[in-house]
Design a protein around this ligand. Structure first.
Ligand code: ATP
Ligand code: MG
Length: 353
């Protein structure tokens, strides 16, 4: 029996509601399979923890997490208690950086039973692979005064290693999917980094003759996400472009409450971290109506990461069936509570046992 050790950090706000729901679902998945088990060790690191201890996590927090197979996180942030930059850097970004989680992946797919804002929602199903460690989000640059003028300069930093790593991840992923990679570029306007990006893409592509490719400028690509999202499979993008595209991907699905994400350590030397796109949603916390699907779909990404892709696919199919049958939280136009959605998913999963 394979046993996966998972560090669980529910965090703040609705993280404390959707994480338990997703753990119930993971337990049901294990029951269905029979050959795997999960051990969940929970950590209360959060803004409440900060109020008590003056830090988001203990000094030995990172070394505690290091030996887990994965980190399963809800949401972090409670601006009423702790300024966002402290909660972010004190936990999330610290983990991402220390554990070299250099890739961020965010799937988007048309969900039956969900009203997409697209006029004619087609059956789209794609994943954005975002470079998560460098690029436009660099600390290189500064401000200068020249005469009575003021100048701000921001440099983007693209290494061959980092760029190639993101692209290889995208190509490998495409091989397991529909065999197509789209590159997000802007080499007609950005003079140094984007031609370099294109060059690395062409180099990596040579190693994957079986994978089809396309390359679009980011402005056109963003428009295509709206006009023909069904034509994409895997999209690889720099840090900034990926950031923008993944929010757009979430938007065309219909609710931020269902969007999943993963921060991947590609070398496997540290755990990867799985957290939904949405935040702690203080406006609805405590009402029991948070949509648990983002967290549950995030659990599916964790299953995929463990190599349990068949189980992951089954889980997502069941989630979509439940949504299509109208068992939905209020953000999707339904009346079900967080717990009711999770219980229905568990019940249907167990039917497959
Ligand atoms: P944070 O700073 O933690 O990211 P935020 O308020 O900026 O928090 P979200 O927490 O993502 O951003 O919330 C944005 C909006 O979406 C809120 O109105 C929230 O209620 C809603 N929302 C987010 N997640 C869910 C969910 N799982 N179910 C239902 N509504 C949600
Ligand atoms: Mg937010």
């Amino acid at each position: 029996m394979k046993k996966w050790e998972i560090a669980v950090i529910p965090g703040d706000g609705i993280g404390k509601e959707v994480v338990p729901a997703a753990l119930d679902v993971l337990q049901a998945v294990a029951d269905v399979h029979g050959g795997i088990a999960f051990s969940f060790i929970e950590f209360s690191w959060s803004c409440d923890y900060y109020v008590e201890h003056g830090q988001m996590m203990p000094d030995d927090g990172l070394s505690t997490l290091r030996n887990f197979d994965a980190i399963f996180l809800g949401a972090v942030g409670n601006p009423k208690l702790v300024p966002d930059h402290i909660s972010l850097w004190g936990l999330l970004l610290k983990i991402r950086r220390e554990f070299e989680q250099v890739i961020n992946i965010r799937p988007a797919k048309y969900f039956r039973g969900l009203s997409s804002p697209l006029a004619e929602p087609r059956d789209f199903d794609f994943i954005v692979v975002r470079e998560n460690s460098e690029g436009e989000y660099s600390e290189v640059g500064g401000r200068i005064h020249r005469g009575d003028d003021e100048i701000a300069i921001q440099n983007a930093v693209f290494t061959r290693k980092g760029t190639e790593r993101a692209m290889r991840y995208a190509f490998e992923l495409a091989r397991k999917r529909k065999g197509h990679v789209t590159s997000a570029t802007k080499s007609n306007g950005i003079f140094h980094t984007m031609p370099f990006w294109d060059e690395v893409f062409a180099d990596v592509k040579r190693d994957y003759p079986d994978v089809a490719t396309a390359s679009y400028h980011i402005d056109a690509l963003a428009a295509f996400f709206v006009t023909r999202p069904h034509t994409f499979d895997v999209v690889v993008a720099s840090n900034l472009f990926g950031d923008i595209l993944t929010d757009l991907g979430g938007a065309i699905m219909g609710s931020i409450g269902i969007a999943p994400a993963a921060n991947i350590n590609v070398n496997g030397n540290y755990p990867s971290m799985f957290e939904p796109v949405h935040g702690s949603a203080p406006d609805i916390y405590g009402k029991g109506i948070a949509n648990p699907i983002g967290q549950i779909w995030t659990a599916k990404l964790m299953l995929d990461h463990f190599g349990e892709e068949e189980l992951g696919a089954l889980l997502l199919r069941v989630v979509e069936d439940v949504t299509a049958d109208g068992v939905k939280t209020p953000d999707l136009g339904g009346t079900a509570a967080t717990k009711e959605v999770a219980a229905e998913i568990c019940r249907r999963l167990r039917e497959h046992a």
